[in-house]
Design a protein around this ligand. Structure first.
Ligand SMILES: Cc1ncc(COP(=O)(O)O)c(C=O)c1O
Length: 404
């Protein structure tokens, strides 16, 4: 019997994205063989529903039998998350970063409340503006003051704004996040007016875990959450951590039958494994991600490629921000057309102007490998097809930082 369409497509996808191309998307990463094994394991077939509720006059802790191991892995993954992020409570149930954001927001706000976040026009997350999460949860949204030149929140102005407008929740973190935020003044303002300060670490979670970016919980955030598959090398999903007991309990109360029902236990097991790996080599990896993005920034810039923030060292995270006006004047095309041009050479980027180094670092690239990548990138940018050279370079790397 021949292979099904989907199995054939899986093989084509794996060949293209794992063997033939180099991924510079800041939102993606690759996982270890162990994480992948857990994702396709029996955990993915199972239910467990801890309810602590009365059913037909009987008090039940779980609707299902056969859950001994799934219950244990959730507790073990939570414990590891607390260790990695130095928190007192962790929730590994969110199915994605977006769902983690919804759980976090619903846990610290009430209908009619107000939230404040990084403006979308400067790379903030779309979900925090109308008509998305705020409309769903009956909240009013506004933007924090932003320092465009340094591409970070304007901490002084934002704290004045917080003291005046007294929002219930302030969210730092964004989809474009090359630099950390100065959190001190914002934390003080939030404390003064009893706003909860939250940090969406979707993009930088792997760097936070590895101590190579800021440490939001130590710097004043009362809750940290985000995707587990961007700079953090876990399965696609979400995670919430906090050291605030009241918020930790509220998060638990907002899970079953509010934002989740069954949980994807294969993902939870895989996340536990990724957290375990992060404890073992997360620091080395995170440091290398930042070194690689800084090196890629200067190597591309030396080849005349237009990037933002040269004066600031290009980046302190896994992200480089492309100068889109520069793309228009140098190559005479939009960012979207430019990303299509790169894709023809099997260099995978986004069409909104970011490059990311998480996956190439996970593949094992170090600073010494970056000039060759920058050469290929510069050639592809000019419109020459370098697909074969990209495949050859990709073929020299496999998966670094694995446990033996
Ligand atoms: C800052 C930020 N928060 C939340 C999300 C949503 O994460 P997910 O795609 O895991 O749902 C994203 C997605 O890119 C993001 O950039």
């Amino acid at each position: 019997m021949g292979q099904s369409y989907f199995i054939r497509q899986m093989r084509a996808q794996q060949k293209w994205r794992l063997e033939d191309s180099i991924n510079l998307l800041p939102s993606e990463n690759v996982t270890s063989p162990q994480v992948r094994a857990l994702l396709s394991s029996d955990f993915g077939h199972r239910y467990t529903l801890p309810i602590n509720a009365e059913y037909s006059g009987e008090f039940l802790e779980n609707c299902y039998r056969g859950t001994r191991i799934t219950t244990e892995i959730e507790a073990a993954a939570e414990k590891l998350a607390c260790e990695v992020f130095q928190a007192r409570h962790a929730c590994v149930q969110p199915l994605s970063g977006h769902i983690a954001a919804m759980i976090a927001i619903v846990s610290v706000t009430k209908r009619g409340g107000r939230i404040c976040s990084i403006p979308v026009k400067f790379g903030g997350y779309d979900g925090y503006e109308q008509p998305y999460i705020p409309d769903m949860l009956g909240l009013k949204a506004s933007s924090l003051s932003f320092d465009v030149d340094n591409f970070t929140v304007n901490a002084v102005r934002a704290s004045d704004q917080i003291r005046k407008s007294k929002p219930n929740l302030v969210i730092l973190g964004a989809s474009f996040i090359p630099f950390p935020y100065e959190m001190g003044p914002i934390r003080d303002a939030c404390e003064d007016v009893e706003s909860v300060l939250a940090y969406d670490g979707s993009h930088v979670l792997g760097l936070i875990a590895g101590g190579a970016f800021q440490r939001p919980l130590e710097e004043g955030a009362r809750i940290l959450y985000g995707s587990t598959h961007k700079s953090f090398f876990g399965p696609q999903g979400g995670l919430i951590v906090t050291s605030d007991d009241r918020i930790g309990n509220s998060v638990k109360e907002n899970l079953t039958w509010r934002v989740v029902d069954n949980v994807h236990w294969n993902r939870v097991a895989a996340l536990g494994q990724a957290l375990f790996e992060s404890k073992k080599f997360g620091r080395q990896y995170a440091k290398q991600v930042v070194k690689n993005s800084k090196t890629l920034g200067s190597e591309l810039s030396q080849r005349g490629f237009p990037l933002m923030f040269e004066g600031l060292g290009f980046t302190e995270s896994h992200q480089l921000i492309i100068d889109q006006k520069g793309i228009a004047s140098k190559y005479g095309m939009t960012m979207n057309d430019f990303s299509v041009r790169l894709e023809r050479s099997n260099l995978i980027t986004d069409s909104v102007g970011r490059l990311g180094t998480s996956e190439i670092t996970r593949m094992g690239m170090k600073e010494k490998d970056i000039p060759e990548l920058a050469d290929l990138f510069a050639e592809a940018a000019e419109g020459r097809t370098v697909r074969k050279k990209v495949r050859d370079l990709r073929g020299r790397f496999d998966m670094d930082y694995t446990l033996q």
